[in-house]
Design a protein around this ligand. Sequence first.
Ligand code: B3K
Ligand code: ZN
Length: 899
Amino acid sequence: MQLREATGPAMVIRREDYTPPPFWIDRIELTFDLDPAKTRVLNKMVLRRNTEVPAQPLRLDGEELNLARVVLNGGGCSFKMDGDALVLGSLPEGPEPFELEIFTTCSPEKNTQLSGLYLSQGDFFTQCEAEGFRRITYFLDRPDVMASYTVTLRADKDKYPVLLSNGNLVEQGELPDNRHFAKWVDPHRKPSYLFALVAGRLISREQRIVTRAGKEHLLQVYVRPGDMDKTEHAMNSLIASVVWDEARFGLPLDLERFMIVATSDFNMGAMENKGLNIFNTKYVLANSATATDTDFANIESVVGHEYFHNWTGNRITCRDWFQLSLKEGLTVFRDQEFSMDLCAEPSARAVKRIEDVRVLRTMQFPEDAGPMAHPVRPDQYVEINNFYTVTVYEKGAEVVRMMQTLVGRDGFRKGMDLYFQRHDGQAVTCDDFAQAIADANPDSELARQLVPFKRWYSQSGTPRLQASGHYDAAERRYTLTLSQSCPATPGQSEKQPFVIPVTLGLIDAQGQDLALRLQGESQTSRGTRLLVLTQASESFAFEDIDAEPVPSLLRGFSAPVIVDNGLTDDQLLHLLAHDSDAFNRWEAGQQLALRRAVQAVRAEGPVGAAPLDEAFIGAMRAVLRHPTLDAALKELVLTLPAETYIAEQLDVVDPQRIHAVRETMREQLAQALQADWAWAYEQHKDNGAYRPDPLSSGRRALAGMALTMLCIAARETGDTVWPGKAYQRFKDAGNMTDRFNALSALVVSGQPLAQEALARFHAMFKDEALVIDKWFALQAGAPDRGGNVLPAVRQLMTHPDFNLKNPNRARSVIFSFCSANPAGFHRSDAAGYVFWSERVLELDAINPQVAARLARALDRWKKLAEPYRSAAREAIARVAAKSDLSADVREVVTRALAE
Ligand code: B3K
Ligand code: ZN
């Protein structure tokens, strides 16, 4: 375990303190002698003073490096160490370039943080974002310093036959002692966080493509030998990404060669290093036997995401890390649009939108209401890695989406064009982006409201939107009053109104969209239209309305807000049955379910056996049996709101009671619709040869859900037919989706056959790490029955396949339990919290980034009912009391305990 210095006050970095770098680094030539125990790094840089800022010493960032030599313009030079920084005071005074040569060594095999240069299964990989490059060499490790890179890699020929870095391979050859070298030149300037190297025994799938300009490009997907049969989908996704970015945004591939490399040891999903993307195997490897539909869809979107960074992030990068959402929010928006555009059917687009909104609501909304709440463009941080959050990513994407809504799809394209015209090759800010979109659309509401609109970047917290309708029969007028407010968040007690785009329709008694004309307008429009709320409260009067309509608000979820639409159950049922907007149909069903869940949780006494009424059950049956609705949409409508989402609706949270209520509701739906589930299963279970397209994956999802419901119903009646069928399906399935759904049906419903199936599954896939991750995760996330999951999790941690150092494996067991299994985790005996604190500390000594993510599992402790609340606070305090915590975990627990 590495020792850390006893902590003084945390170093807070503030956005307002930004100053441009005192030096520029124009060129860097790196030479690596790769060796697991001691890698030697020679760094030759050409620097010059930035004459626009007052002269000051050069402070180069470094971390865990052994410094051997510093040479200035070919001769010696004086330097000193200040903490981790290498400080050079006596440098040439003029603006002329000078050369600095720094020779260091580092130890990749000791690097368990997986930041900087590290080993994964014997191969070398790097991860430099945000501040990993300083763990490789001394540098101005900040995104606004962009340099041209030349990289030479030298290593043993047999152990590391493949040597990769960014850009183009310009030279390679033999060296003495069975070594070889490869020299790479990146034609694009880049910040240090986009540097990458890979060395190891790898094989690649290759594809040559010709882009619109007639240029040929080489695409490669590198994996370990034996994984080639799982690379086709990633390659297809990459090709689709290249085609899409050119078609939708006019952005071509700007490299002769584009590489993706997969590693099984990775802190997050993937990394957009210029021309050399490094991916977690989870987001590359897939075939029908080992990956589910969800895996296939995730691979498509992550491959797209990293590829789209090539322009949004790499060509135009962030001035400083406070601007992270400039690249992440925009690129998430782009990957969401990409996945939607690949859907042939409009309803599949809606399904994708629902899935994205579900992530926003179940993860970002709680973040925005908890101790780690921060604006999309944060104002301060201690450890930047803690700010790669759902707020920066997902809420950031919603902010970009609202801009598109306000200027229209074509207007948004114009805005992107202007953004690239102005800023290509630069490191810029979120303000620069918003300004470009507005300037390209001078007549838009965005341009008129740009200053207040940008509050979405500066104010944290989820706004509440309240709507109330009033119908005046005599005037044939429907008046909709929209009001907004936003709760206080850490460091922000007062909020100013947001600019909220509200997409809406009014629906008549027959379920048709009404023609809409606002007071003062001469034109009528049918269907959906856009209102923009800019004040704390505004009223909108619709004319020529013959009878009271039902408003369908925020269609497609046009703003990341919590809506109180004031609708009755009957009105929601009307929307569920008729809304022309598929998103709002789903939303109406969710609201109906949520009301019932909240009511049952709040009620006194034991949880009643039947929280659901006939009207709700009948509506669910109608959706399930609907002749034309998509299977994927049906599955989403019939899925009850998550326990964490139910918890967000309550001021005081009893996780056990919420779990009991949701389980009871699910049992009731399972039983009441038994015949319908059986029908749905038979109708959707056969789908021919496997293809991961939205239509057939929707059918598999619904069949899987039906099977789970039938096994749940069987548990109550003691019937063995459906569990038997599920077991048979598990054995015979032709693809992983059907097989895993059947296994999960047995585990989730607590069928005795589950144990046998789990053992069989492990034996079948023991050599497939990603499948074994699923096997662990399913058990750690299983519904808790009398506190049985925690002992099972402790048992799983002693399994020979468990490895705490591998982030995917740690996540599959520990995170599946602490972050995704509320009823298993929040135990009245506090044993879940004890387990959590042990794991946070244990992981922190290995990998602070992963530990800090886990630390966030107790973010919402203040909302918990007793005895959970006190026990959770004690557990957090226990972690905080450790003197040698990483800055990562320290920041999370300090904020959690703050008043
Ligand atoms: N940009 C990386 C994330 C880096 C995280 C550093 N802790 C992946 C992505 O968003 O595409
Ligand atoms: Zn990204």
